[in-house]
Write a protein that binds this ligand. Structure first.
Ligand code: HEM
Length: 393
């Protein structure tokens, strides 16, 4: 072979080698490949075990176990074989199993807390249907008031008053009522404000209102730690449930017609307010609220999400029930609000609304007593007598 031919052959071989090398450098189009078989995973696991550790090992307390190492190696192998398929990584992340992190703190090793999505999905329908429930309660009561007006006592006032509530009863009730009404209103702003108020009042005002509502809600909530037990102690003795309460309910139609089934100091409807609104719902709201208010006791996000759902659901039921109670305690029934404000009721009011209790007072069997004129300030006396029979006042 001549020198020229030899040179040409060498050049061609060199070019071919270069072309092959370049082709090997090109990223290959990703080809769908089957997931690594169990045998391959095992081989990869033993290969990685044999390899010397180059990265700094985590502290012994958080050092991964054999199973975790195996999973990690399977992931590495998967990444090499199917570089664009990172589903296994994400299912690991979404599993909620804590991973290693050097950052100290509760749940710091959990990158994504998947139950948060379930929480978000549950919140919207609860707020929606809860809002509908409260709106129906308010509209229903407004309609009822337009139809029936305020319920009054028809017989004439005798001019004799009974002390129905002591100052301690009244302070306990008003502490509860004021705190509760603030919590109810601010809670509704926090829960529904973004959908209902924001479009009407705009970002600036809503931002101010929401911040004020949040702070009020957080600071007023703990007052219930005192208010609920205080109310409970003051009122529980008159809230025992018996057959008479069932009969009162069976006659509820007559209640609204002005012919009440005789009740003790509190009727069955009021006992529902006591047991359901005060004892059950307010306590649930207080406990769940405290878990949310003080996140510094090691509770996880999942616990707080659950508490939030229970808090919201009970709040809407409680607010609807409180609307009925507040209506009957103010607009709905003459004399009720003044009883709780001043502590006294007219004898005719007591006989009409709480006949069994009135009979006990008359017989001297009840703790509550008739009061003489000089025990009550003149203006209070006038107020109570007027409230008992406003039509004739
Ligand atoms: C502005 C708000 C409120 C007003 C105007 C109001 C009004 C009244 C009135 C007038 C009474 C006396 C009824 C009677 O003499 O028979 C009463 C009793 C009562 N209220 Fe309220 N109230 C309010 C809020 C609340 C709240 C938020 C709760 C509980 C969470 C509550 C629980 C009670 C209880 C337990 C009784 C006694 C009934 C019983 O023990 O069976 N009140 N309220």
């Amino acid at each position: 072979m001549s020198a020229t031919k030899l040179t040409a052959a060498l050049a061609a071989a060199a070019l071919l080698a270069l072309a092959q090398g370049a082709a090997a450098q090109q990223p290959a189009a990703p080809k769908p490949e089957p997931a690594p078989s169990a045998a391959e995973q095992k081989a990869a696991a033993s290969q990685t075990t044999a390899a010397p550790a180059t990265a700094a090992a985590p502290p012994a307390s958080v050092a991964p176990g054999a199973a975790e190492l195996k999973d990690a190696r399977a992931m590495v192998l998967q990444d090499q074989r199917q570089p664009l398929n990172n589903a296994p990584v994400w299912s690991e992340v979404r599993s909620g199993v804590p991973q290693y992190t050097s950052i100290p703190g509760r749940e710091a090793g959990i990158l994504i807390q998947s139950s948060g999505e379930t929480w978000r999905e549950a919140r919207v329908p609860i707020a929606f249907w809860g809002g509908i429930l409260v709106a129906l309660a308010v509209l229903g009561l407004a309609g009822f008031y337009l139809l029936k007006g305020t319920m009054t006592v028809e017989s004439r006032s005798t001019g004799r008053l009974i002390q129905r509530f002591t100052p301690a009863d009244r302070y306990a009730h008003w502490l509860m009522a004021i705190a509760w009404v603030i919590l109810g209103i601010t809670g509704l702003i926090l829960s529904l404000g973004k959908s209902v108020l924001l479009p009407v009042i705009g970002y600036t005002l809503f931002s101010w209102l929401a911040t004020a509502a949040k702070n009020l809600h957080n600071f007023v909530g703990p007052i219930l730690i005192v208010a609920i037990p205080w109310m409970f102690i003051r009122f529980v003795r008159h809230n025992g449930i018996g057959v008479e309460d069932v009969k009162w309910f069976l006659n509820i139609g007559n209640y609204f017609k002005g012919h009440e089934y005789p009740s003790g100091k509190f009727n069955a409807g009021e006992k529902i307010v006591f047991w359901l609104l005060l004892v059950v719902l307010s306590t649930v709201l207080l406990v769940t609220g405290l878990v949310l208010n003080f996140p510094n006791f090691g509770q996880t996000r999942q616990t707080m999400q659950l508490m939030n759902i229970i808090h919201m659901a009970s709040a809407y039921v409680a607010i609807a029930l409180a609307c009925v109670h507040i209506y009957l305690g103010t607009l709905g029934m003459a004399g009720a609000y003044k009883a709780m404000r001043y502590g006294y009721v007219d004898e005719t009011w007591a006989e009409h609304h709480h006949k069994r209790w009135y009979d006990d007072v008359k017989a001297g069997k009840a703790r509550e007593k008739f009061v003489s004129r000089d025990q009550v300030p003149a203006e209070v006396w006038t107020e109570i007598e007027g409230a008992a029979r406003p039509a004739a006042a």
